[in-house]
Structures are given as C-alpha cells and as structure tokens.
Design a binder for this molecule. Structure first.
Ligand code: CO
Length: 215
C-alpha cells in the first residue's frame, strides 16, 4: 500500500504540468543550478520561500529553521552558507523573518515546549539585549512583531560575522546580505533597511535598522 497517496498524485500532476509548459523543463533543470540567492527563512509552513518571491526551482538556494536563526556553531546552516557562497557563488544572502512567528512568540512568552526551548533561547537572548526597546511597546502583537524584526536584524549581523562572508569579502567577491520580513496577513515582503555588502559597513547598517522599525 502506498502511503500518502494524494501527495504522489499531486506530484505527478505537478511534473506533468511543468512538462506541458516546457518539454525541456527537467532536462534544463538537471544540467544547471546557478542560483543568485541564498534564502535563510523560518520553517513555518505559511512562508514558502520560492513562491513568495516568484522564483522557480533552480533560482533560490534555501535554508529554513525555526525562527530563521543563524547560530555561529550550527554546522547545518554554516554548511549551507559555505556551499552557497564558495561553490554556487550566490550574490545575495537574504535573511527573511515573518510577523507572528511562533518561534519568536515562544521566546517572548517563555513558553515551555520541549527541546525547542534551547533553540528559542537564541531569540530570548535577543529579547534580553533589546529589553528597553521592547518595553516601550505595550500592545502584545506589536511587541511580538518588533521582536520578529529585531531577530532578523541580529541574524543579518550573525551572517555578516561568519568567516564565510568575511572571507568572501576579503577575496573581493560580490556578496550582499539583506534583512527582510514577510507578513502572513497580506503576503507582502518588507525590506528592513539592513543591507550590508562590505566588511566595514555592518555597524552603521545595524544602527540604522534598529532605528527604523516598521511597526
Ligand atoms: Co516563524
């Protein structure tokens, strides 16, 4: 018996539709992977990376985890970044958070959910770092969304500080790091005004981004 039959049926429909649009679709895809973008986003099922930015398979290299966190000792995320930057030579790394993020909410609420609490601790550290900024916001949803933004800004800095990005810039490689946030409410992406493309720029970009909260 085939399990999850409907998913296999969906898959055949999808593959047939691609071939109908372009009989060479899979042959072309097989022969090349030259994405210009690395996407680091949340695992949330409502935030499908390729679809949001309208890019077909082959054009977006993707890493997702709970709350789009970049931890300096996370071999998984670092390996994705290293391969994307050194081998695929992506030109942009996009850290994309989203408003209403469950991982960020767990950090804000001190929720006890199990092993995941240890991962969420990285976001709690950010909450602690920006305690004053967050204390100025009374409304719970606005506070959550501000922490979603602050998390993206901090993760951009984490990306910038990796040896992978620093070494790429030392070699003169063309590489920019961006911080974006997505709204599940209206499907719209917003730029958090933290775009760093050279080693010395990150401090100023970080300060500017902290001042320019969107909500
Ligand atoms: Co999320």
């Amino acid at each position: 018996m085939k399990h999850l039959k409907h998913l296999f049926e969906n898959n055949l429909d999808w593959a047939d539709a691609r071939k109908e649009e372009d009989p060479e679709y899979f042959r072309k895809l097989r022969n090349q992977q030259t994405p210009e973008y690395l996407w680091i986003g949340c695992s949330d099922s409502r935030v499908p990376a390729n679809e949001i930015v309208g890019l077909p398979p082959g054009e977006l290299f993707v890493h997702r985890n709970v709350a789009n966190v970049v931890v300096h000792s996370d071999l998984n995320c670092l390996s994705v970044m290293q391969y994307a930057v050194d081998v695929l030579k992506v030109k942009h790394i996009i850290v994309c958070g989203h408003y209403g993020c469950g991982g960020i909410k767990a950090a804000l609420d001190d929720a006890r959910l199990g092993l995941i609490d240890n991962w969420v601790q990285h976001v709690k550290d950010i909450r602690g770092k920006h305690r004053q900024l967050l204390a100025e916001i009374e409304e719970p949803e606005a506070k959550l969304n501000r922490l979603c933004e602050l998390n993206v800004v901090e993760q951009v800095l984490n990306v910038v500080n990796t040896t992978i990005v620093q070494d790429a810039w030392s070699r003169g490689q063309d590489l920019s790091v961006h911080g974006w946030i997505y709204s599940i409410n209206d499907g719209v992406l917003r730029d958090l005004n933290i775009c760093v493309d050279a080693s010395g720029e990150s401090k100023q970009a970080y300060q500017n981004a902290l001042k320019s909260g969107l909500i």
